[in-house]
Ligand binder design. Sequence first.
Ligand code: TMP
Length: 211
Amino acid sequence: MTGRFMTVEGIEGVGKTTQVARLSQALSARGIAHVVTREPGGTPLAEKIRDLVLSPREEALPPMAELLLMFAARAVHLANHIEPNLRAGRWVLCDRFTDATYAYQGGGRGMSPEDIGRLETLVQGARRPDLTLLLDVPVAVGLERARLRDVGKTRDRFERERADFFERVRAGYLERARAEPERMAVIDAAQPADQVAAHITRILESKSWIS
Ligand code: TMP
């Protein structure tokens, strides 16, 4: 049997990294073979593309180039990491995937969802996540958490964006969740991390993926 493909999404500061780690522990405790990965990135080559797209530099990165780089990294990640692991029966737990492209490049940068959809089909064929957990918090809460977490760190190209950009990103995510409620579960991530983790466990139990 092929593995299950799960993705975790949300704006900056929603606690994705914590919840991905908690979920990985929960799967390990049940003996479920899985890999944890992220986008953009997830393989040495795709991580180089990540550096290119996240590093602030003087020359502008046009939104179209940003969009294509996200999908270039995804094509590498799918071929070299995601698909082989799913075929081997391992679950793939991915910190961000194509919903982030619709939310950031679509909602945030204003690229057309039709163009994103065409690239999605071109790069992924029929591959879509089996389940997406959207960790949702109001933008002010997420940005404040990210600010406290990142004190003293250099902010990447996205972290330098203003609140109105993240409002559009959040709206983009919520719109996708409304359109695909079967695949995407919206989780109130303003709650303490333990409660968020418990909610995620209940979702997997309700699908009979874990017990
Ligand atoms: P991270 O910091 O959560 O690892 O994500 C890196 C940044 O990349 C984050 O600000 C969101 C952005 N991103 C996109 O803009 N489009 C995408 O398709 C993906 C996967 C990430």
